[in-house]
Design a protein around this ligand. Sequence first.
Ligand code: ATP
Ligand code: MG
Length: 434
Amino acid sequence: MRRSRAFIPTIKEAPSDATLASHKFLIRGGFINTQGAGLYNFMPLGKIVLEKIRAIVKEELDAAGCNEVQLSFVTPIGLWERSGRSETMGKEMLRIKDRHENEFVLSPTNEEAMVELVKNRVTSYKDLPINLYQINTKFRDEARPRYGLLRGREFLMKDGYSFHSSQEDMIREFDLMEATYKKIFTRLGLDFRVVAADSGAIGGEGSKEFHVLANSGEDTLVICEACDYGANIETIFDNEEVDALNEKSYEELKESKISKLCACGAELHFKKGIEVGHIFQLGTKYSSALEAHFSDENGRAKPFEMATFGIGVSRLIAAVIEQNHDENGCIWTKETAPYMVNILVSNVKDEAQSALAEELYERLKALHVEVMLDDTKERFGFKMKDAELIGFPYTIIIGKELQNGLVQIYDRKTKENSSINRDEIYEKIVELLK
Ligand code: ATP
Ligand code: MG
């Protein structure tokens, strides 16, 4: 992409409600903009990152035998009345009426609709297990939409639902999804932990959350550095205590209820986390309520054993930045960067500079490298600041030094600037991208 043709409206000042690095930099870098409270537009850079994350999620889920579907975002209220969640979901569930006064819901999650989809279509134990997922818009009328993409009202979620003939098989799938989620978050380059979690309003037993470790996280976790033990404090403390802990006064409470040592003998630590995934063992809660049955080996009708699996796809964009930024802007990981390479022409009027930039640009594109060519007439300092803010992993600087046969490669993460002979730049960048 040529910067002169790109729609990347970077801005100097973040809006005053943006307190977190991800919120500030994603808006300043022209990735997203605010449509209303908790509502965001994805501009070209934000859309590219979103699609990259979506693709990784899909690739790993498909490899694990899951089937992608896409359900209607709007669901009739009757579905929620039958499961009892019309009452329990409260004000987070946004209800709308059509011209005939029929009531609908902007789906905050899709257990009911997915059970309806499978009901009477999957009828025998022979058709099981089955795992269906979608990567689709959700709406939750959050009491406090804030922190940008971390807590939107409209957001993109991967929600998966599995159906089984026995609890044993459901637990096998739960373990498979835990392993799959670990692969996804590892590929995204995130430092994360899996912790024991509360099941909340979704219900059922057996639940684990995946948290990206970051001081800005809203959840408090107890984790062991020596083994893989981890728990959300919601599983240990009551609501008031959790509120106190989340307000960061946790040092005082620290001694009270939690043993200082893990069962493995090492010390336990409090860490802040951003919840990016949640997997639940549901059992037969929804299949019983919605009378979704299959016939077992003896021809007896039984409700499906179910599990459900969520990933905050749009939240992940912000989580990547919470973990990877500095005072100047975003630092994208290899799998999430909207463009891996930025070719910055210091002076576009200099024919030699432009010619080399064009040549490199074409060669890298031919290799399918995601490359931006900054061919704008802006000053060098402005372009560099913009590149820092957007967070291209590598910027090739073609400037005055070209007279001496040299160009620079700037590494966004290490901030190192290395001079390279112009004839070696192509091989060098290809090597760095491996
Ligand atoms: P939270 O505790 O953060 O409110 P939740 O427990 O309500 O999340 P789930 O119902 O488990 O969320 O939804 C699955 C995933 O969707 C979460 O792990 C999270 O990553 C994401 N998610 C939930 N609410 C939001 C939101 N308001 N904005 C962005 N992502 C969200
Ligand atoms: Mg949750």
